[in-house]
Design a protein around this ligand. Structure first.
Ligand code: SF4
Ligand code: SF4
Length: 308
């Protein structure tokens, strides 16, 4: 595990929950009335990111539904990270036009992920061929269609690429998360044996030290999380705190160290909660992230704050 977080590998940032779609499986309740933060807050967050980052993934919500804010963020990112940081955009693709694509490329986006090719999204892939033509017309390479998980695959600055995927039954991120609208619509994955925490988008390696997946944190609007679903209580507020300082603080806590291992069943050991108890509760709750919520809410509220 690292102790200095002035350089981190990957930041996944949901800077808006506004979206033109309103999918039943959406984990963060995005939609036409989705939550937003101001442009000023977004720019404060860019200021508070670590000085060196290998890649930044901008997501939502639908990032193109808040274009002016997105452009302001991209301008600031280009100024702060003029080289060596790959800027990636995750979008449902519905609002993308040639003119917008030109602007995004000019503002430094080098990777486009169309994350809507599944039955939940309104257009469910209907625009895919149109988008393929659009990308081809701008020289954006479509050979790497899957999400870029390997480090080597996103460290090629200057090369433009795009891919597409979605929430299919065998999807790479392990089933619909027990969060947001997926909870409301009862579409979340019920499998107490599945450890979401060990895969990319889970908490494993958010503090670094492992080579199997990139070191990635997620920022949900302003909440700094070790994973995309987000812990019950965020690790910090990226509007007012330096992300590197927040990570250095939690790295001292055995609770977060266990999450860095991708081991939520042992995260309570330092506060007297056994793995056996944690596994029993997960069986009842049917999902490891719901166990994680219960742990933070019931078993370590004060201790978590102390750890921070
Ligand atoms: S899943 Fe994506 S496209 Fe659908 S509502 Fe959520 S953010 Fe929007
Ligand atoms: S178990 Fe907790 S830390 Fe791990 S992915 Fe789920 S919510 Fe995140």
């Amino acid at each position: 595990m690292k102790t200095n977080f002035e350089h981190i590998e990957s930041v996944y940032w949901v800077f808006t929950q506004l979206c033109n779609d309103q999918c039943a499986h959406c984990y963060n309740l995005s939609g036409p009335k989705g939550a937003r933060i101001t442009e000023e807050e977004c720019l404060q967050i860019v200021d508070n990111l670590p000085p060196k980052i290998d890649r930044i993934i901008l997501s939502g919500g639908e990032p193109l539904a808040e274009r002016q804010k997105l452009y302001a963020i991209l301008d600031k990112l280009q100024a702060r990270y003029p080289t060596h940081t790959q800027i990636m955009l995750q979008t449902n693709g519905d609002l993308l036009t040639g003119e917008i694509l030109d602007t995004l490329i000019e503002k430094g986006v080098t990777r486009f992920d169309i994350a809507s090719i599944d039955r939940f999204h309104k257009k469910a892939g209907a625009r895919l061929m149109e988008l393929a033509d659009l990308f081809e017309s701008r020289g954006v390479n479509g050979d790497d269609k899957d999400p870029l998980v390997e480090k080597e695959s996103y460290l090629h600055e200057n090369s433009l690429s795009w891919g597409y995927w979605g929430a299919t039954d065998d999807m790479w991120l392990g089933g619909n998360w027990a969060r947001g609208r997926a909870m409301e619509k009862n579409l979340w994955k019920k499998d107490p044996e599945h450890n979401f925490c060990t895969i990319l988008s889970g908490a494993r390696n958010f503090l670094g030290g492992y080579e199997d997946i990139p070191q990635e944190i997620s920022i949900q609007l302003w909440q700094i999380n070790p994973c995309c679903p987000g812990t019950k209580e965020a690790m910090g507020d990226a509007r007012t705190e330096k992300v590197a300082d927040v990570l250095a603080k939690v790295a001292k806590s055995p609770i977060w160290q266990k999450l860095n291992e991708g081991n939520p069943w042992q995260m309570g050991e330092s506060v007297g909660i056994t793995e056996e108890f944690a596994r029993g509760r997960t069986q009842k709750l049917q999902n490891v992230c719901l166990w994680c919520d219960e742990f933070f809410e019931k078993h370590c509220k004060g201790k978590l704050v102390a750890a921070k």
